[in-house]
Design a protein around this ligand. Structure first.
Ligand SMILES: NC(=O)c1ccc[n+]([C@@H]2O[C@H](COP(=O)([O-])OP(=O)(O)OC[C@H]3O[C@@H](n4cnc5c(N)ncnc54)[C@H](OP(=O)(O)O)[C@@H]3O)[C@@H](O)[C@H]2O)c1
Length: 325
């Protein structure tokens, strides 16, 4: 408010029924009011609402924003992330672990059968200057969760877990209903669902609270089914409901749990272009192509960071616009 406007307000409202003060008195009053208001704003910004470090506290508004380069490069500095299924160099898991490490996170990468590939991934991650380990664990085992958490706490004593990305999964495809077996059912549900329950359960006491993030990786087929991969689609769909439950359970501790739902992504799991399902995907997609692992990793990074503080129990569709819900 300009001096002129303030003098006008004072003379026409508050002081209407008082003897008119001299303009010098009014101007001094305005100065006092202005300085005290300014001091209060300054103190408030310093004490009650500390500004983010990339914003310089300034005695005049608007505040000046410094180039937030450090924010870009190390948003996850000092954080510890676990990514399951990070063995293959062309897989979603490794892309996610690498992206988190590029942002400064120390990383636990998990693998099952592909030890050699996982160790190469480990070297690539360590070359970024962060701490990292690779842990072998079979998701069909009841010790899956405790195996990974024990290795994590042994390697990172005293640290808490900031990010858990449940990415490992398996798919069995069969041509007809009669071919599916009870063993298939148990195997797929144990690997894709039970293992995630076991890992979250084992990690519970070790999560950073508030602030930890859990991201469960799902698929578009959880929404529209997949006859030849019916158990896979069903296992992913059940993960959505369980994510809602975990979200409710962990929210009071400031721990967010979300689903990253993937469309067709260029990995070993993607359908070949001549598969009839691909034509259906393309028809439903607004962005009519397979996604890249980097595109998935960037979206998971968002769900893993501070930018998703008010998002929990949600399904983020990373599928080129294929699904909507
Ligand atoms: N690519 C797609 O088009 C697509 C679409 C929708 C959803 N998804 C989801 O994206 C996630 C990553 O898949 P991806 O495409 O990156 O496939 P991927 O390259 O085949 O990776 C699968 C990962 O899961 C691990 N895994 C498989 N069976 C396991 C078991 N019994 N115990 C422990 N780990 C096991 C593998 O470990 P080892 O190699 O060491 O055995 C591997 O690291 C999965 O959750 C998948 O359902 C992918």
């Amino acid at each position: 408010m300009s001096s002129f406007k303030l003098v006008w307000v004072l003379t026409t409202s508050h002081h209407l029924h008082l003897p008119l003060a001299s303009s010098e008195y009014i101007f001094k009053s305005y100065l006092r009011l202005h300085l005290s208001l300014h001091l209060r704003l300054h103190l408030r910004s310093q004490l009650r609402f500390p500004l983010p470090s990339h914003i310089s506290p300034s005695s005049t508004y608007p505040v000046q924003v410094k180039q937030p380069t450090h924010f870009k490069m190390s948003a996850f500095q000092g954080k510890l992330a676990i990514v399951t299924g990070a063995s293959k160099s062309n897989g979603v898991g490794f892309a996610t672990a690498l992206t988190l490490a590029q942002q400064g996170a120390d990383v636990v990468i998990h693998y099952n059968s592909n030890k050699e590939a996982a160790l190469k991934n480990l070297e690539a991650i360590k070359a970024l200057g962060v701490k990292a380990i690779a842990v072998q664990a079979d998701a069909s085992s009841v010790t899956f969760g405790t195996d990974i958490i024990k290795a994590t706490t042994d390697a990172f004593p005293g640290r808490t877990i900031d990010v858990l990305v449940n990415n490992a999964a398996a798919l069995t495809a069969k041509p007809d209903l009669a071919s599916f077996t009870v063993e298939d059912f148990e195997s797929i549900f144990n690997i894709n669902v039970r293992s995630i329950f076991l890992l979250i359960q084992a990690a519970e006491a070790h999560f950073s609270a508030p602030g930890a993030r859990i991201v469960n990786v799902s698929s578009v087929v959880a929404r529209f089914g997949l006859a030849p991969g019916n158990f896979y689609a069903g296992s992913k769909a059940s993960l959505h409901a369980m994510t809602r439950g975990w979200s409710e359970y962990f929210a009071p501790r400031g721990i967010n749990v979300n689903v990253a739902l993937l469309g067709p992504i260029e990995t070993d799991l993607v359908f070949p272009e001549d598969n009839p399902y691909v034509a259906r995907f393309r028809e439903d997609q607004h962005i009519k192509r397979n996604g890249t692992t980097k595109e998935v990793a960037d979206a998971i990074l968002f769900l893993s960071g501070t930018g998703s503080a008010y998002i929990t129990g949600q399904v983020l569709n990373i599928d080129g616009g294929m699904t909507y819900a």
